[in-house]
Design a protein around this ligand. Sequence first.
Ligand SMILES: *[C@@H]1O[C@H](CO)[C@@H](O)[C@H](O)[C@H]1NC(C)=O
Ligand SMILES: *[C@@H]1O[C@H](CO)[C@@H](O)[C@H](O)[C@H]1NC(C)=O
Ligand SMILES: *[C@@H]1O[C@H](CO)[C@@H](O)[C@H](O)[C@H]1NC(C)=O
Ligand SMILES: *[C@@H]1O[C@H](CO)[C@@H](O)[C@H](O)[C@H]1NC(C)=O
Ligand SMILES: *[C@@H]1O[C@H](CO)[C@@H](O)[C@H](O)[C@H]1NC(C)=O
Ligand SMILES: *[C@@H]1O[C@H](CO)[C@@H](O)[C@H](O)[C@H]1NC(C)=O
Length: 695
Amino acid sequence: MWREESAERSFRLVVFARLLSICEWVGVRAEDVKSTWSGRTTTTSHQLRVSTMAAFQLLFPLLVSCVAASAHPPRHLPPCQVVQMDVFCSDRSLRSAPDNLPPGVQMLDFSRNQVQNLTQETLAYHTSFHHLNLHSNKIHFIQPGLFKDMIDLKVLDLSRNHLNVFALSKINIGPLTAVKSLDLSSNGLYTGMSDYFLADSPSLETLSLNSNSITKIAQDTFSGSSSLTKISLHNNVILEIEDGAFDSLNHLTELDLSKNSITCITDFNLRNLEVLNLSKNSLELFQSTRSKDSYKLQCLDLSENKMHYFPLLPGKNVLKRLDVSRNQLQSINVTGSSGKQANVIFNYLRYLDMSYNQLQSLPESFFNSMRCLEVLNVSNNCIRSFSVTEEGFLQTVKIINLSYNSLQSLTFGENTLLLLEELFLQGNDLATLDHQIFQRLPSVRHLQLEQNNLQICASDQNHQDAEDCVSFTSMPNLQFLNLSENNLRTLPANAFANTPLKLLDLSLNPGLDMDKDSLSGLEHSLVHLLLRENNISNLNTDLSSLRGLKHIDLSTNQLTTLPMWNKESSIESLNLQNNNLVTLEYSTMLALEHSLKTLYMGSNPLSCCSNLGFLHMVQHSGVVVPDIETVTCVHEEYSEPVNIEKVTQEMCHRAGVQNYIIAVVLTALLLMIVLGLLVKCCQSRKRKHNRSFSA
Ligand SMILES: *[C@@H]1O[C@H](CO)[C@@H](O)[C@H](O)[C@H]1NC(C)=O
Ligand SMILES: *[C@@H]1O[C@H](CO)[C@@H](O)[C@H](O)[C@H]1NC(C)=O
Ligand SMILES: *[C@@H]1O[C@H](CO)[C@@H](O)[C@H](O)[C@H]1NC(C)=O
Ligand SMILES: *[C@@H]1O[C@H](CO)[C@@H](O)[C@H](O)[C@H]1NC(C)=O
Ligand SMILES: *[C@@H]1O[C@H](CO)[C@@H](O)[C@H](O)[C@H]1NC(C)=O
Ligand SMILES: *[C@@H]1O[C@H](CO)[C@@H](O)[C@H](O)[C@H]1NC(C)=O
């Protein structure tokens, strides 16, 4: 039965989709049509059949039907869908469930309807539900005891209703006998109102009270729901949590208090809690009780608060993830007065985010106990110096983010960061570093050094050389290197020898003097090369030997000629925007044509008539020129630059055409003269003949 219905429905949907697009075009709101389409299926599909006959005939009836559709209120909506024991009635403007629900119905999706008064009648006297979804209705009353006999009801979603109105009547909804998951989010509930729903809910495990207006969690708020394991109170206005409010909840493992107004947590003592989210509050202080008990907390999110001091965490913890980003930490001290450093043991910590604070320094001893740390984010602070020298420190770290600090000094000892894969150092003041500092990171794959003041050593440069520079040779795993905006002056020969770079960004180093062999060694690895805004007028580095190169950005330079490429190149995207190119060598363009897919060419003083080969390529090959609107060329007969798409062969062959016309005219003249002569000659002979005849 259901399959038939769905087939019919999908047909209707096709018709509807077509009707919709035409109605939209005609300018009628789609929703107006949607609300009546099912009731008018026959007429509209008939009209569509007619419409296929003639485009003009199609418009008028549709316009009429669209307007008619918008004029009448909704009549019939498609019936609910039944799939085995599950019934789907979402979004059908219903006030109560249809009478013909299958007996034993288990799941009822009744979301987005018009239920106001939730009673046995609304649910057609069924009690067999396992899952009842009533979100986004207008429920302001629930018949007390309604759920008492629903002994299988596990999931109840009442989010986005008006249950604050019900709570004002101070009536309990009665026992939630078997309900394990209850969603009361977005119901305008304020403090104390949740009591009428939770008073008798012995099986409840998951509760959402998100997006209400609760200001206080009282001591007895959850006393009727002692099986709770997960509570979400995100997006309320909680200012106060009474002592012991969560104490009776022995199974509570997850508590989300994010986006509230909590200012201070002292004596945190929920030993069984595993996940605590306090992000986006106004916390100035987080302190756990100073006890020797062990805590099960694994994930603590304190981001976006106002903490000046590092949180005081339980001594015995299994914390894996700690987020204190976007606070006001100035040091890692846990309190102001004693100046004590966080000397908690972090044996299990994997992820530590302290970004967006005001940290000035990060003493090495801080990492003393972090034997499992994998991600360290301390970006956007004011750290001037970072060093890891103690052997065995931070040996498991894979990612360190030190971007946007004030780093001037950076030191890594031998055998420290052996597993480090990604290092972010952009936006610092690094100028002088140990020449071989990066060679001490054997696993590093990704290195971001943009916006610093570094210089690159020549491969054979003696370490005692006076010039300060860093070396990038012989880094066996380095694939990504960003050195843009460093005021790099030179790029010496073999700068990346024995380093299998895939991406190299050297942009925004104006005046960079690249050695002819600077990129040698990268022939087979390099795929992306960026040389944007470098004021290059003549690229003397040989790019044609970079066989793997696919993407190259040469935009905003002073190039007057294309780099040399041959048939072996595999360039797929080429950016030549904003250079000084007048003529593009046709042989190079031909060599590129077989692999090129995207070409940026705008803002160049191209000559129209000396680039007909390029023109042909743009017009006839598959190359996409995304900035074609800005690709113009100069033609002597036009005062303004001409868009390259408007250039025709004839514009450049006008002189030839004129010659051709002259030649044709001359030939015609000649022919006429010859003909004239011939005619004359014939006539004279005829006359002679006539004469002889008459004689
Ligand atoms: C809800 O419906 C019940 C039963 O039909 C009725 O007794 C009650 O007055 C109604 N309540 C409201 C607020 O409409
Ligand atoms: C904590 O809540 C915030 C805001 O709702 C959310 O963005 C963040 O992902 C949550 N943190 C964790 C660890 O789930
Ligand atoms: C480094 O940290 C900044 C801010 O903390 C963040 O925006 C950026 O995504 C991080 N980088 C990576 C690669 O995680
Ligand atoms: C810090 O860096 C980590 C890892 O790169 C990233 O996942 C996180 O989003 C960053 N934190 C912020 C606040 O951007
Ligand atoms: C390199 O860093 C610059 C910032 O200077 C950024 O704009 C660019 O996108 C980065 N390059 C790559 C390939 O990510
Ligand atoms: C760019 O190069 C030209 C010479 O080719 C030079 O006159 C100009 O000063 C350079 N500009 C910058 C910003 O380096």
